[in-house]
Design a protein around this ligand. Structure first.
Ligand code: AMP
Length: 300
């Protein structure tokens, strides 16, 4: 079943303690789409500027991602993000953000987009996310991401969004900030009370935690010794998760748990190289092999 994602399309500069890359392909919609397309057809909506290298669009199209919703804004510049990872390779600081074309971008869904039954609202202003949600008439499962910026400056609008979506994925520090509680269990439960039917708290190298009315569980990260660049891990986690749900066409508790496991495994590949470099080198069989290993690890 087709899956629709709206999010950032970026040129990233990434610094780690041992390496650095400038102007590499990134953005929440890009990581999400590339991860989700292992499982299900994906349609992507986003905006870029005239500086956008066409080969990036070709890479996405070659892998079957529908980029007809990717607009080039005349005279505009592509969104840019620069981040630096701390030596633990889990925490990072944002050094620069240039919204550029994203400052004015208001996504417009066409009929094909509106028909998509599975919708992921990548990290963006909750005002824009609400606008997309209002247009996505055919969506039966809507999941959103958010970040500390919006929790700090648009809390009321985020509150409105939370009343309207099925699921929210966010980082552990963001869940604590939103709930104003340092205990992650209480924080997750408090966010759940704000409206969504389920909440997934991403904990970086420590995996992910799931909260719904009847369930709470934690899944560890797949342990990989090769952590080169964690950028996009959260978005590819969401891509693996939503891609699996869209492929199944259901989102019951068992499907959600399996989807989270696929999210964990997909993200474990993303961190093994810069940008999409590792994901472009694997196929669905690699994901399934790693999922089988992961399943084996969790049995006791
Ligand atoms: P993740 O590591 O999964 O949190 O996602 C990192 C990606 O998010 C990078 O490729 C960035 O280009 C993108 N990104 C960073 N900050 C923002 C922002 N404020 N809005 C949208 N996308 C962002």
């Amino acid at each position: 079943m087709p899956l629709l994602v709206v999010g950032s399309v970026a040129l990233d500069c990434v610094e780690t303690t041992t390496d650095q890359r400038d102007d590499i392909l990134g953005g929440s919609a890009v990581y999400f789409s590339y991860a989700a397309r292992f499982f299900s057809p994906v349609r992507m909506i986003g905006a870029v500027g005239e500086d956008w290298p066409r080969e990036h669009t070709r890479l996405l199209e070659d892998r079957g991602i529908d980029t007809s919703g990717l607009q080039t804004i005349p005279g505009g510049k592509t969104f840019r993000w620069r981040g630096r990872y701390l030596p633990n390779m889990n925490d990072r600081e944002t050094l620069e953000v240039h919204l550029n074309v994203l400052e004015q971008f208001r996504p417009q869904l066409n009929n094909t987009h509106r028909d998509c039954r599975f919708l992921f609202l990548g990290n963006a202003s909750p005002v824009v996310q609400l606008d997309v949600l209002n247009q996505a008439k055919g969506a039966v499962l809507t999941v959103a991401d958010t970040m500390d910026l919006w929790i700090n400056i648009q809390r009321d609008e985020l509150g409105q969004l939370l009343q309207r979506i099925d699921g929210l994925v966010l980082n552990d520090s963001e869940a604590k900030l939103l709930a104003d509680d340092e205990n992650l269990v209480r924080a997750g439960q408090a966010v759940l009370k704000m409206g969504p039917k389920f909440v997934v708290v991403k904990k970086g190298e420590h995996g992910a935690m799931f909260f719904s009315e009847h369930e709470m569980y934690v899944l560890p990260a797949y342990p990989t010794a090769r952590v080169v660049d964690p950028t996009g891990a959260g978005d590819s986690f969401a891509g693996g998760m939503m891609g699996h749900l869209a492929a199944l066409g259901r989102f019951d508790p068992q499907a959600l748990k399996e989807a989270l496991a696929y999210g964990v495994v997909t993200a474990s590949y993303t961190v093994e190289d810069f940008s999409l470099d590792r994901l472009t080198a694997i196929d669905r069989a690699d994901l399934d092999r790693r999922l089988a290993e992961y399943r084996q690890m969790l049995m006791f």
